[in-house]
Design a protein around this ligand. Sequence first.
Ligand SMILES: NC(=O)c1ccc[n+]([C@@H]2O[C@H](COP(=O)([O-])OP(=O)(O)OC[C@H]3O[C@@H](n4cnc5c(N)ncnc54)[C@H](OP(=O)(O)O)[C@@H]3O)[C@@H](O)[C@H]2O)c1
Length: 317
Amino acid sequence: MSKKILVVGGTGYLGQHLLQSYSYARQSLALAFTYHSTPLPQPFLDAFPHSLPFQIDLKSGIGFEAISSVFGQPDVVINCAAISVPRACEIDPDTANAINVPSSLVKWLQTFKQNNTLLIHLSTDQVYEGEKSFYKEEDIAIPVNVYGKTKLAAEKFIAENFPNFAILRSSIIYGPQTLSPVPKSLPVQWMDCVLSKRETVEFFHDEFRCPIYVKDLITIILALTNQWISGSKQMQLLLNAGGPDRVSRVQMAEAVAQVRGYDTSLIKPVSASSVDRGVKSPADISMDITRLVQTLKINPVSFKDGVKLTLATEATR
Ligand SMILES: NC(=O)c1ccc[n+]([C@@H]2O[C@H](COP(=O)([O-])OP(=O)(O)OC[C@H]3O[C@@H](n4cnc5c(N)ncnc54)[C@H](OP(=O)(O)O)[C@@H]3O)[C@@H](O)[C@H]2O)c1
């Protein structure tokens, strides 16, 4: 019988890339996804004709019953749903908490008799305080904003209430646009767009991240999926999921400029403290990814190579 994969938040940036990757293997996998906002855009329906859509609300838990009766118990659930914009979390912390802590999802998974489901949950580097470089998974997590606090609470909830999980603390995810374009601006494409105007642009020099190329994150999720469906034991994994490079926004913009051949002197370094973004942002949440590399034998690409791959893919659209 086909193994069943459920992508929660299938309409988002990562969710769509995941659905696309799982679709390639659709002979052996039954695929379903959840969405929240209606209507589903036509380009989305056209892109994923073989996946079963289910509308759910993580806040109320409405919608899970229909998945039980139509699709049944999934073998793997990937939770990509969240209020993923830190400023939005700051404005409405209660809603952010209700959606980002997936209690309704976990409670639904607990309704199935055996523990036959692997839950892969997307967390964030923003659980770290940002006061040092290259955080390890065992370092104490002290989030500085509501988004980070809700994501850390989610990790704790899952670890305490579900026996079989992998939590991925993702850094900034970058890569090509999705088949049905997402409304938010994508980092590499945004930098490319502003630098292409050949005017001076300000970038932060003092905030550090380890951005991860979206297809590397997908390789990680597919590896975990394969481990579980090919008979692995239950897991309780926590992994930093970042790229190998610790970069500031200035360094990210320089990589884009170099790949595109723009004048790097247009990049004006400024401090993150010079701008009020309506949310506290941790300074240095670069991550040590040794555990990821050793556990899954996956080596994410450098930021510059990821930029090349992103822009090359966009050029073929
Ligand atoms: N993108 C990044 O750079 C980044 C970095 C670190 C960690 N992450 C984490 O990675 C995951 C995926 O990020 P992303 O950028 O792909 O997210 P995204 O594009 O913002 O997508 C969010 C998804 O959540 C769904 N959703 C929102 N409210 C919901 C609700 N009340 N009930 C059910 N579903 C709801 C949305 O559905 P509709 O579209 O139908 O409304 C959408 O599918 C998130 O957990 C995020 O925190 C992302």
